[in-house]
Design a protein around this ligand. Structure first.
Ligand code: NAI
Ligand code: OAA
Length: 338
């Protein structure tokens, strides 16, 4: 599909970047789903992935057989429902898009009752079979599933806070695209830091720190902030009962996985927002927070401060904190009460 030159230019400019290469096994849990399938395809195209392990309670061997014909060097193997530990063995990165998506009228928190136990059980398996892997959590509600994974690993005695990530990259991707549209700039030149969490008011875009975006004001500003915060609803509504964002999420998930892989490979200066255990708002009782994070050979290398905010952004942050705190506490309680 891609010539060598095309792959080189794709990897150089868009979703993937390369750095000095290392053999890395990546596992996708939920590989048969709407996100899992295109995500697996994109990971097959990432030169930093040497081996791709696809697991789902249904359909993963078929997806693996299909994706394995793509002419890149990595090996692909599919695993059936009873082969979870085998799928995880030796994985350095585990991406989790397993769980149910929203339908119109639902919030991400409405998914908690179904997805909390799915994510908890998968995290327990990672703790058993791949305890030193970086875990990239896509399953919603991310604000709660990340603490669920952390608490589950703590129980198993293998928690490393540098290696548990909530994937908030889709918010960053949307912010660049939506602000690029209104400012008539290429989204690639409109990288916007998005902090907080991953649901409605907990999504806090910081336009003021991006040269191409800081002139946006008034009603245009309020509208674009709302669109970034509720971009997921736009897709849920358009899909009309058939699920939520899958293709843009697969793109965002592959992009974030590539950043983690570059960090693991020792590349310096890989910085992107992600929802991690963070000291930034600990004084307000918020244990996990998304902000710019530098990635390195052990996962989180450095958590960047938020920096200067405008009065409008301070207000957004004020609305984020109590909601985020509630979501995190709900996730923690789910594991501690089990
Ligand atoms: N972090 C983010 O920005 C985003 C998160 N999401 C979330 O991602 C999740 C997945 O969404 P879709 O792929 O659209 O759903 P989907 O229903 O198409 O796929 C989910 C897959 O998970 C599998 N699954 C269920 N239980 C499992 C288990 N115990 N082990 C392994 N696999 C299991 C299912 O068999 C299915 O193949 C949802 O929770 C959704 O809300 C969606 C978009 C963006
Ligand atoms: O909206 C949803 O439920 C899926 C999601 O997290 C997003 O698209 O940002």
């Amino acid at each position: 599909m891609f010539s060598r030159a095309a792959v080189r230019s794709l990897t150089a400019s868009r979703a993937f970047s390369t750095s000095s290469r290392r053999e890395t096994k990546v596992a996708v849990l939920g590989a048969g789903g709407g996100i899992g399938q295109p995500l697996s395809l994109l990971l097959k195209s990432d030169p930093l992935v040497s081996s791709l392990s696809l697991y789902d309670i249904r359909g993963a061997p078929g997806v693996a057989a299909d994706v394995s014909h793509v002419d890149t060097a990595s090996e692909v193997k599919g695993y059936a429902a009873d082969q979870l530990d085998a799928a995880l063995e030796g994985a350095k990165v585990v991406v989790i898009p397993a769980g149910v998506p929203r339908k119109p009228g639902m919030t991400r928190d409405d998914l908690f009752n179904t997805n909390a136990s799915i994510v908890r059980d998968l995290a327990a398996a990672v703790g058993r079979a791949a305890p030193d892997a970086c875990i990239l959590i896509i399953s919603n509600p991310v604000n709660s599933t990340v603490p669920i994974v952390a608490e589950t690993l703590k129980k198993a005695g293998v928690y490393d806070p540098r290696k548990v990530f909530g994937v908030t990259t889709l918010d960053v991707v949307r912010a660049a695209k939506f602000v690029g549209e209104i400012t008539d700039k290429n989204p690639t030149d409109t990288v916007i830091t998005v902090v907080g969490g991953h649901s409605g008011p907990t999504i806090v875009p910081i336009l003021s720190q991006t040269a191409n975006a800081k002139g946006v004001s008034g009603e245009v500003y309020s509208k674009v902030v709302h669109r970034i915060q509720y971009g997921g609803d736009e897709v849920v509504k358009a899909k009309d009962g058939a699920g939520s964002a899958t293709l843009s999420m697969a793109y965002a998930g592959a992009k974030f996985a590539n950043s983690v892989l570059r960090g693991l490979n020792g590349e310096k200066g890989v910085v992107t927002p992600t929802f991690v255990k963070s000291p930034l708002f600990e004084d307000k009782g918020v244990e996990y927070f998304s902000s710019n994070v530098e990635l390195g050979p052990n996962g989180v290398e450095k958590i960047h401060p938020i920096g200067q905010l405008t009065a409008e952004e301070e207000k957004l942050l004020e609305a984020c904190i109590p909601e985020l705190k509630k979501n995190i506490e709900k996730g923690k309680a789910f594991v501690s009460q089990a």
